[in-house]
Ligand binder design. Sequence first.
Ligand code: DX5
Ligand code: ZN
Length: 217
Amino acid sequence: MKPIIAPSLLSADFGNLERDVKMLNESKADWMHLDIMDGVFVPNISYGMPVVKAIRKISEKPLDVHLMITQPERYIHEFKQCGADLLTVHWEACTHLHRTICQIKEEGMLAGVALNPHTPVAGLEDIINDVNLVLIMSVNPGFGGQKFIPRSLHKISELRDMIKRNKSEALIEVDGGVCRDNVADIVKAGADAVVAGSAVFKAADPAAEIITLKDCE
Ligand code: DX5
Ligand code: ZN
């Protein structure tokens, strides 16, 4: 199976955002990955709702919104209004994760949960049948262009086993440091979807790079 490719707009040219979103529309990208950072949960601030709304107007692909913010339950309805199709919250940022996941689904979005590199996969056992997606962070969240943490491959396989064991339908997405040199191993370990920011936008031909990532096997 070819992986779902979700280019991260964090590495796009914000002065030419419309051009970059249209390039993704024309490409083999499956989703658009939007990184929301609040400067508290992660040491960086990215962009917020007006930008998501603007991208929604141009995008012909589903919006995969990754919230790197504290207490994300405060903004679930707003992100639905902005056009998110899939909303992912961090395991570490949610005191009542089950309730938050239910709220996301009640709003009519797919619900994802993201794990930081230090967070064990085992902590998902009691929620794996409730989520639509698990996002394995393969770098510490906050910045594009970081190096893939090799241990993530082990976490992906462990999660794949948990999903099988529980007959869950959750997809596995991997985010951080994904590039043409490691994407085959990531997919082999069990990933369904990969996020790629700098690998796509720093490439001489981003649309061709998306094809290279997709044809990794
Ligand atoms: C990092 C973000 C990623 C980031 C990936 O905190 O969650 O989505 O944009 O960028 P690359 O692919 O450059 O590591
Ligand atoms: Zn992300």
